[in-house]
Ligand binder design. Structure first.
Ligand code: SF4
Length: 337
């Protein structure tokens, strides 16, 4: 049994293991102009069984023990098979896997399993994102079964942004599960499981403990959402490890190569970057060169933090620049290998 849902909490995402990563810096809810319902509460414990892996260690987890891995977003036009394939062909061989998550401008996408199958067919391991916004537990279990059958590299389990904040506010949000419960379901399906955590998201002092509960539920890896400085990343990893989250960490590295992608990054929920990071790229004579150099330097700095065993190159291309962004990601991947 997991902890029961809390309808009394008035969480627009119906979360059991809140708070989500969208809490405002002032403690406000991501969706409604009210305080986040979880802020006054202690960390919600995972009440199900503690996950124990009985299957052989997944490939990417074994690789992370040998050397740091490089994961990258895959910039492609939504619902466009050719665009996905061209992007995959551009980055294959330069990164260890691609993270297929939400699209910056289009919530309607190919189903997760179909998208993963298209990309893996190009020889590129997939770290498939799954959210709890668009599918109920039955549909999610179906996707997890498909992804396991496809032998994807890993699955990244998030609660997801609310429909009210995306390009489809007409859609009913589902939130039958939350990220902690989805992590448990993904582990039960035999997949390598990652979750995200935002170090500075209120209540920052309890984020490490929330991660511990996700690990107990089934998470193998933690993606640290844009943490800002190296010191902030180090502090979070140390606190989470001390609290009992014995997992490798993958640090998200913001990639911007033109004013458009810098503007897209600024719209990220809870984005925190090193001082002057985007301004330095935007004011450079050659923003593309500057953006690639800045991403390589930030990734190398993050990888110097003990416990950080990978980076995720994260960026949102402006429309029409998907392939040139993929080329930039490939260049960064090569520089880090
Ligand atoms: S910020 Fe997130 S967890 Fe908190 S009440 Fe709003 S939707 Fe729920």
């Amino acid at each position: 049994m997991t902890a029961p849902p809390r309808p009394d909490l008035q969480c627009p995402k119906s979360m059991t293991h809140g708070p989500c990563g969208g809490v405002g810096e002032d403690g406000s809810c991501e969706v409604a102009p009210v305080p986040c319902a979880f802020l006054p509460l202690p960390t919600v414990a995972w009440a199900g069984p503690t996950a124990v892996r009985t299957t052989p260690e997944p490939r990417l987890l074994a690789l992370m023990r040998q050397r740091p891995v490089v994961v990258a977003d895959l910039p492609a036009v939504a619902l466009d098979r050719g665009s996905l394939q061209r992007a995959a062909d551009t980055v294959v061989g330069t990164v260890d896997a691609v993270l297929l998550g939400d699209h910056g401008g289009a919530r309607v996408q190919f189903s997760p399993t179909y998208r993963a199958s298209l990309v893996q067919a190009r020889g590129l391991p997939v770290w498939q994102g799954l959210n709890c916004r668009d599918r109920n537990r039955v549909a999610l279990e179906g996707e997890l079964a498909g992804l396991a059958d496809l032998d994807v590299g890993a699955v990244h389990c998030v609660t997801g942004d609310h429909t009210a904040t995306g390009d489809r506010p007409d859609a009913q949000p589902v939130f039958d599960l939350d990220s902690t419960q989805l992590a448990a379901a993904a582990r039960a399906a035999g997949l390598l499981v990652s979750v995200g955590e935002t170090p500075h998201g209120p209540p920052a002092e309890r984020r490490p403990h929330r991660l511990v509960e996700k690990v107990r539920a089934g998470a193998d890896v933690c993606f640290v959402n844009h943490a800002g400085s190296v010191q902030a990343l180090r502090a979070f990893v140390e606190q989470a490890t001390d609290a009992g989250a014995d997992v490798p960490f993958v640090a998200c590295v913001a990639v911007a190569t033109d004013p458009g992608s810098a503007a897209q990054l600024r719209r990220f929920t809870g984005l925190r970057l090193p001082e002057g990071y985007l301004a330095g790229i935007e004011s450079a004579r050659d923003p593309r060169r500057a953006g690639i150099a800045a991403a390589v330097a930030l990734a190398q700095a993050y990888l110097s933090v003990p416990g950080v065993r990978g980076v995720d190159l994260s960026g949102v291309p402006s429309p029409g620049t998907e392939l040139t962004t993929a080329t930039a990601l490939a260049e960064i991947g090569r520089a880090l290998s």
